[in-house]
Design a binder for this molecule. Structure first.
Ligand SMILES: [Fe+2]
Ligand SMILES: [Fe+2]
Length: 195
């Protein structure tokens, strides 16, 4: 499917607010990709598809992933759509939108919890989800500026803001989310020591 076909399909399937968010993420991701010399076409496709399953319920997502024998950890199942949608979106990207590029599928799959050794495109999609034009939370402007100077630090700040939010709401925190934060900080620490 080309970009226009993807957009048309998403407009039919996604709730209006989610569709607007999706277009915002694609804009933010494109800008970031241009500045950081990433593949803008691939980045835009990944951004458009990152939330493509967000019309399904949590139960539907569990059934969907089970039917494809995909692993789901208990925390993700309990958290429902908020954590399951990344995996479901990656599968839909492949099955419904004909995407088989591993970079695009990876960026979609890890946009919520991250993963070990995220590449440039993974990070661009991860952070774009936070800074798209429709987002309005304390610190979002600082985060938008940080993206220009230090993408890794922007990933950490994005995780920090989610963790703070989850702590305030007394909600479950998936340990994988801390892994990416710790992974980047660990690398920075090692680098500082060896410099
Ligand atoms: Fe998402
Ligand atoms: Fe999103």
């Amino acid at each position: 499917m080309n970009e226009q076909e993807i957009i048309r399909k998403l407009k039919q399937l996604l709730p209006e607010k989610r569709f607007r968010h999706t277009i915002g993420v694609a804009e933010a991701a494109q800008q970031m990709a241009e500045r950081l010399n990433a593949d803008t076409r691939k980045v835009r496709i990944a951004a458009l598809l990152h939330d493509c399953s967000r019309y399904m319920t949590g139960e539907e997502m569990v059934v969907f992933l089970s039917s494809r024998s995909m692993d789901m950890d208990e925390l993700s199942v309990v958290s429902g759509t908020s954590l399951l949608h990344a995996s479901v979106s990656a599968v839909l990207a492949k099955e419904e939108y004909g995407i088989d590029d591993p970079d695009i599928l990876s960026a979609v799959e890890c946009h919520t919890l991250g993963k070990k050794d995220m590449n440039l495109m993974d990070k661009i999609i991860f952070v774009s989800d936070y800074i798209e034009p429709g987002r309005d939370f304390e610190g979002v402007e600082a985060l938008r500026n940080l993206v220009i100077t230090d993408l890794d630090q922007a990933v950490i700040q994005s995780v920090n803001s989610t963790v703070r939010h989850l702590l305030n709401e007394n909600r479950l925190i998936h340990p994988k989310l801390l892994d990416i934060r710790n992974g980047i900080l660990y690398e920075k620490t090692i680098k500082t020591i060896s410099d």
